[in-house]
Design a protein around this ligand. Structure first.
Ligand code: ASP
Length: 323
């Protein structure tokens, strides 16, 4: 009896401590871990969405780029951070969908170690090349890549990143196995694409659309059923003769598991305010991002997405990528 009482009192104290924590939240700046280098798609989305969320929450959101191991280094850090709402992360289709298929000893379980906050933006995949690669469209690229399989260079953001896994799919369809060069994010990879050090990337649209429009790199094909309004001159993979290559990534906000519900609610409210705010939507859509509505940005929708993406990618990568 005594133990029961003690236990009940302990639970009440813990609950009220949580409530007190949530009440004043946020009382200081929040760190948002971006698990890739600055300038890449996850960083771009985190900065745009973070700016709006910080206005709603009344505290700065500081972006911390913790790159390495295809994004799993930064996400491991986020999973192990104090569950107090002051450390959150921008994860994506790689870190929370695919990586479990490539890292047997990964430091987190994408489905159980997080409190999902919500989806920030969908990011169609675009196949981009250096501007002087001698191909004028995707069909020519496919033939060139096959003929030059031993020398052509594919840049990516490390094993399990979106640029890695989506090019694994592409290579499988084209029946090629080119040399892959890993970076700490596609931000620096695109910088090397612009200067001609690497030949091509399967990248998320938001960090390459401006370069494609500016002519510093070539956008050969977008892997969605229809063209993106932000890149009206880039044909789809269907138009380019590879209709089976359809792939769009996503970026989403996560808090560590155990973050009090009042705090995750405040974070989700701020995220929903961001994705439904016309100015923020315009920025993301202008770069080619596909922005969710309030329902699409709910924690429940994100939990379901992580589960279905694990089910889709993990067996596929185990079958297709040699350890
Ligand atoms: N999202 C990564 C980045 O921001 C790139 C990737 O996953 O391919 O650099």
């Amino acid at each position: 009896m005594k133990t029961m009482k003690k236990f009940a009192l302990g639970a009440v104290l813990a609950l009220s401590a949580n409530a007190a924590l949530a009440q004043g939240y946020p009382a200081r700046p929040i760190t948002m871990i971006v698990p890739f280098a600055a300038g890449g798609p996850t960083d771009v989305i985190a900065r745009i969405v973070g700016e709006s969320m910080s206005k709603t929450l009344g505290q700065p959101i500081i972006i911390e780029n913790v790159a390495g191991a295809g994004g799993t280094t930064g996400i491991t850090r986020a999973a192990k951070a104090a569950a107090d709402g002051y450390t959150i992360a921008m994860g994506h289709m790689g870190t929370h969908g695919a990586a479990a298929g490539l890292y047997p000893n990964m430091g987190y379980n994408p489905q159980t170690d997080f409190a999902p906050i919500g989806l920030a933006a969908g990011t169609p995949i675009v196949i981009v090349t250096r501007k002087d690669l001698p191909v004028k469209d995707f069909k020519e690229f496919a033939a060139y890549a096959k003929a030059n399989e031993k020398t052509i260079n594919n840049a990516n953001a490390g094993n399990g990143s979106v640029s890695h896994i989506t090019c694994v799919l592409l290579h499988d369809m084209l029946k090629i196995d080119p040399n892959a060069i890993p970076y700490r994010g596609t931000g620096p990879a695109v910088a090397d694409l612009i200067s001609g050090k690497v030949d091509y990337i399967c990248d998320q649209i938001v960090s390459v659309s401006a370069q494609i429009s500016g002519g510093t790199i070539k956008g050969l094909a977008i892997a969605t059923p229809s063209r993106s309004p932000s890149l009206p001159n880039v044909p789809t993979t269907t138009e380019s003769g590879l209709p089976g290559y359809q792939v769009s990534a996503w970026n989403a906000v996560f808090a560590p598991k155990g973050t009090p519900a009042d705090i995750t609610k405040k974070l989700n409210d701020a995220l929903v305010t961001a994705v439904t705010d016309p100015a923020t939507r315009k920025k993301l859509e202008g770069l080619g991002g596909v922005v969710p509505d309030a329902k699409g940005a709910s924690p429940e929708a994100l939990a379901a997405l992580v589960k279905s993406e694990n089910e889709r990618w993990v067996p596929l990568l185990k079958a297709k990528v040699k350890p």
